[in-house]
Write a protein that binds this ligand. Structure first.
Ligand SMILES: Nc1ncnc2c1ncn2[C@@H]1O[C@H](COP(=O)(O)OP(=O)(O)OP(=O)(O)O)[C@@H](O)[C@H]1O
Ligand SMILES: [Mg+2]
Length: 316
């Protein structure tokens, strides 16, 4: 007796038999090629009122503080703004418990400089410039004067140290920072070329001071794990994103995966809405479910839909 043929989408079967498989195309939002021409720009849908809050921040040259449950499009908003306003590559500062403002501004590799300087002297070569060992971080790079302001995402700020928001106040207010390792150099070294956090190459720093010409377009995201001090909140424009309603969910699915995929997805949308309480399911979980269906995956297979639309809160 031969067993029933396995469906094509079952790449892994757990039968221990090695086989050649070709992975099908990844969902557009899980493609990692650095080539922008190949990587599709993901659609972003926003309510007009929310778009106007973004506009208020742009007009006021203030950071936009975006809060809301997981998967409501907080981080993607920064990308959407940078893309739509042609602000170039989005600078990203992913915050964690060890993040410090100093490091997001610049890093100085003193040990590397000592080593390289000694090596050059031994070889009778010219010592490398100190600027080779100074690299601006994402925040520092965003403050470099440029014709068009840079876009910066400070992602998951609530995961940072309790002092982080206060440490940012001066930078947000003055748009300037100092690199003491450069400002204390003699006058003949007043101009130093330093490295940046992106691919635009080195930039010249005068007397160790970086002063923005236009305040960058800053988007700060938070899942609300920590409250921020009033002095910090005062300097931001706040946008609270909430979970999208059914109509918006349909629009998001259609924009990502097409009208055909949406037409086949009524039951998935229903299951998603039934299971969802605020903060318990994220929009991209619905996208995942619809994508799996378009790939021929049998979502009725036992427990599979539960695995895709799993709750984001509570014990496993
Ligand atoms: N308004 C939207 N328009 C289009 N796509 C959206 C929208 N909201 C969410 N998505 C989809 O959901 C995915 C998750 O969004 P994103 O990573 O921006 O959420 P988040 O709010 O930053 O979540 P987290 O708090 O977990 O970091 C995005 O990659 C995008 O595909
Ligand atoms: Mg995010």
């Amino acid at each position: 007796m031969t067993s029933a043929p396995e469906a094509d989408w079952r790449l892994f079967r757990g039968d221990g038999t090695p086989r050649a498989v070709t992975l099908p195309s990844a969902p557009p939002w899980r493609r990692f090629t650095p080539d922008r021409a190949v990587r599709p720009e993901l659609p972003y849908l926003i309510e007009p009122l929310h778009a106007d809050v973004v506009n208020a921040a742009l007009h006021l040259r203030r950071p936009l503080l975006v809060t809301g449950p997981a998967g409501t499009g907080k981080s993607s908003l920064a990308k959407a703004v940078a893309h739509e306003l042609n602000l170039g590559e989005l600078l990203r500062w992913p915050v964690n418990s060890r993040s410090a403002v100093r490091e997001a501004l610049y890093q100085y590799d003193a040990i590397g400089r000592l080593r390289e300087t000694t090596l050059s002297r031994d070889r009778g070569e010219r010592e490398p410039s100190i600027g080779t060992f100074v690299r601006l971080g994402p925040l520092g790079t965003a403050l470099v004067p440029s014709v068009v302001p840079r876009a910066l995402l400070i992602d998951e700020m609530d995961k940072g140290d309790v002092d982080l928001p206060n440490d940012l106040l001066t930078v947000f207010e003055e748009g300037v920072f100092e690199i003491p390792e450069l400002s204390r150099l003699p006058e003949e070294f007043a101009d130093v070329e330093v490295q940046t956090a992106d691919h635009r190459g080195a930039v010249r720093v005068h007397h160790g001071l970086v002063q923005c010409a236009e305040f960058p377009v800053v988007v700060i995201t938070s899942n609300g794990e920590r409250d921020f001090p009033p002095a910090f909140l005062r300097r931001c424009v706040r946008l609270g994103l909430n979970v999208p309603d059914e109509e918006r969910l349909r629009a998001i699915v259609a924009a990502h995966l097409g009208e055909d995929a949406l037409r086949e997805a009524d039951d998935l949308l229903e299951a998603f809405l039934r299971r969802r309480a605020p903060g318990e399911l994220a929009t991209d979980q619905l996208l995942n479910a619809v994508f799996l269906r378009t790939s021929g995956v049998d979502l009725d297979a036992e427990g599979l839909l539960d695995a895709v639309l799993h709750q984001l809160t509570g014990a496993m």
